[in-house]
Design a protein around this ligand. Structure first.
Ligand SMILES: Nc1nc2c(ncn2[C@@H]2O[C@H](COP(=O)(O)OP(=O)(O)OP(=O)(O)O)[C@@H](O)[C@H]2O)c(=O)[nH]1
Ligand SMILES: O=C([O-])CC(=O)C(=O)O
Ligand SMILES: [Mn+2]
Length: 621
């Protein structure tokens, strides 16, 4: 390969001829792909070009090279086989929403909640940045498919990147490589163009850094072109373009055109003691508990939970009008802190099985990893995510709050066997949830579809470390999709309303949860994690007409006697704090909702205005 990752060498074949060779010997005849790859190579001027085949040998070669270059640390084989830790630039640790754009032709198409720039203007800016941006590096071409390669119309993408870390992470998160390219070529299929550069070209002989990136960052979606251009970041949703950029932003725009939904949701299969199966999905904002809920270990007797997906759900109607849901991803990119043997043993077993890339966690002295919340006992000494010595007396957390594990979904031992069924699984309930210290009770059921859409539309949550910016600020996050809607947010809500009307009587029931409410002493009112199975039991009981509840102005809320609390250690007071609907608190919510709806202006569907007024009436304001 021309130019090692660490240092470009003057003796390697000139970039031009290596790239020309790789183009001439391309493993595909897909004309549009070939044209696009050579156009990008021409623009970005890489030293070499690699067609990613997705093989084990390729993974070994790339991880070896990254260990050599200092990008990855190999973990102890007896603890985390075939696993690595990466440490990002301290300025490149999360999605950058300020620098994320939806560049539709018309500004209205992007809507008031997204950043917008004229697509031609944006392309000109980005071409300027991409010009020569891969110099001294290898350009990797990653054919991938989101969802099953056996689907009627597989959803193809091709990511071009100059980051081997992205190649290896994409290999975990999606189905990539030779088989995908072969089928895509044979059917001359459409694919989403996803271009990524870390924006750190190397001069001849210049030494590389472990985590190349650029201060200037752009994460840009062109919804009409179905194209993604990402520049300057190597991290997570900014760089693994199959995930948020494709499977949510671009896919939501496709779904709007085609009458389906691409959502930021986990999908969970619950089997009750009688063997009845229900599938439920949950839309919670980033770092608000999707992965944990998707991998729940029920604490109630006889109930079994299996995971279908932990972050993204594609939902389509079948011929009978049933809403069926598919997880388009093949891996988990999960929040590390707070994931522990007591809170999420299923995730811990999945990562301990190996084949995992950790990013920005801490290292133990014996070649393992650690993060806050992994074990009750805190190690006496660690190397923190910035490479500094760390002891329990240190004032900074050892792992970055948005540190992550990237692990193959197949390693989840509670994975439902039908998780990759191209036809998906039938959905019975949709659960919205946010992170709120006050106001929002543990669980309630909405009155009907339109009211449920209103609840999703006004979902509120305190911001987390999953995106750069302030943490702990309450913001409205419609359907947990605020940073991921690939078109106008008002049109998005109208799409939800419309689907409910078109499929009246067949839609899943809508619920709303809050695991994060505080009790009068300031602690979590509800123990959460596995105990959330009690809430699931109530939800499923509502579907089956077996669980009772109390009508309140915001929906139906369980009374303590409606919940299975067998064996749960919770005081009457805490339970009351968790379930309380305080009319005064809810009246104080109204101005915030009003303000949020004002942002949407004339694109706000009239049904949402009607629901707002009905809530006012029920709150007697
Ligand atoms: N108190 C409490 N904390 C929870 C619960 N579920 C999850 N958390 C914490 O919330 C944080 C984020 O949880 P995740 O499950 O990784 O969140 P996510 O929604 O999958 O996040 P993204 O991957 O960013 O989309 C972790 O620190 C968890 O420990 C719960 O039921 N109660
Ligand atoms: O996209 C990312 O970087 C991580 C993620 O899952 C989220 O933020 O929801
Ligand atoms: Mn997650």
């Amino acid at each position: 390969m021309a130019g090692t990752v660490q240092e470009t060498s003057a003796t390697s074949p000139s970039g031009d001829s290596a790239v020309r060779n790789a183009l001439e010997n391309a493993p595909t005849t897909h004309a549009r792909l070939l044209a696009w790859v050579s156009e990008v190579a021409e623009l970005t001027q890489p030293d070499d070009l690699v067609w990613v085949d997705g093989s084990e040998a390729e993974w070994s070669r790339l991880t070896d090279e990254m260990v050599e270059a200092g990008t990855l640390v190999r973990l102890a084989e007896d603890k985390f086989p075939n696993s690595f830790a990466a440490f990002s630039d301290p300025e490149d640790v999360a999605r950058v929403e300020e620098q994320t754009f939806i560049c539709s032709t018309e500004e209205r198409g992007s809507g008031p909640t997204n950043n917008w720039m004229d697509p031609e203007e944006m392309k000109a800016t980005l071409r300027g940045l991409y010009r020569g941006s891969m110099h001294g590096r290898t350009m990797y071409v990653i054919p991938f498919v989101m969802g099953s390669l056996e689907a009627t119309e597989p959803k193809y993408g091709v990511e071009i990147t100059d980051s081997p870390y992205v190649v290896c992470s994409m290999r975990i998160m999606a189905t990539i490589g030779a088989a995908v390219l072969e089928k895509m070529t044979a059917t001359d299929a459409f694919f989403v163009e996803a271009l990524h550069s870390v924006g750190f070209p190397l001069d001849n002989g210049q030494r590389d850094v472990p985590w190349p990136c650029n201060e200037t960052k752009y994460i840009v979606q062109f919804p009409e072109d179905r194209a993604i251009w990402s520049y300057g970041s190597g991290y997570g949703g900014n760089a693994l373009l199959g995930k948020k950029c494709y499977a949510l932003r671009i896919a939501s725009a496709i779904a709007h055109d085609e009458g389906w939904l691409a959502e930021h949701m986990l999908v969970l299969k619950m089997t009750d003691p009688g063997g009845r199966v229900h599938y439920v999905s949950g839309a919670f904002p980033s770092a608000c508990g999707k992965t944990n809920f998707a991998m729940i270990q029920p604490t109630i007797d006889g109930w079994k939970a299996e995971m279908v997906g932990d972050d993204i759900a594609w939902m389509r109607f079948d011929e009978s009008g049933t809403l069926r849901v598919v997880n388009p991803e093949a891996g988990l990119f999960g929040v590390a802190p707070g994931t522990g043997w007591s809170t999420n043993p299923n995730a811990m077993r999945a990562v301990a099985a190996g084949n995992t890339i950790f990013t920005n966690v801490a290292l133990t002295d014996d070649g393992g990893v650690w993060w806050e919340g992994m074990t009750d006992e805190v190690p006496a000494h660690l190397t923190d995510w910035r490479g500094r010595d760390w002891t329990p007396a240190s004032k900074n957390p050892a792992a970055h709050p948005n540190s992550r594990f990237c692990t193959p979904i197949k390693q989840v031992d509670i994975l439902a066997p039908e998780y990759d069924d191209p036809d998906g699984v039938p959905l019975s309930a949709i659960i919205f949830g946010g992170r709120r210290k006050t106001t929002v009770p543990l669980v309630h059921e909405s009155f009907d579809w339109e009211h449920g859409v209103f609840e999703g539309a006004t979902l509120s949550s305190e911001t987390t470390a999953a995106a750069s910016g302030a943490v702990g600020v309450v913001r409205r996050d419609p359907m947990a999709m605020l940073p991921f809607i690939g078109y106008n947010a008002g049109d998005y809500l109208a799409h939800w309303v419309k689907l409910g009307k078109a499929h009246h009587g067949k839609m899943p029931r809508i619920f709303y949860v809050n695991w994060f409410r505080r009790d009068r002493d300031g602690g979590f009112a509800w123990p959460g994690f596995g105990e959330n199975s009690r809430v699931l039991k109530w939800i499923i009981g509502r579907l089956d007409g077996e669980a009772g509840g109390e009508q309140t102005p915001i929906g139906v809320v369980p009374r303590p006697e409606d919940l299975d609390l067998t064996g749960l250690d919770i005081s009457e007071q805490q339970l009351a704090d968790a379930l309380k609907v305080d009319v005064e608190e809810w009246r104080r919510e109204l101005p915030g909702i009003h303000q949020w709806f004002n942002v949407l202006q004339d694109s706000l569907p009239p049904e949402m205005v009607r629901q707002y007024h009905r809530l006012e009436v029920r709150l007697e304001v």
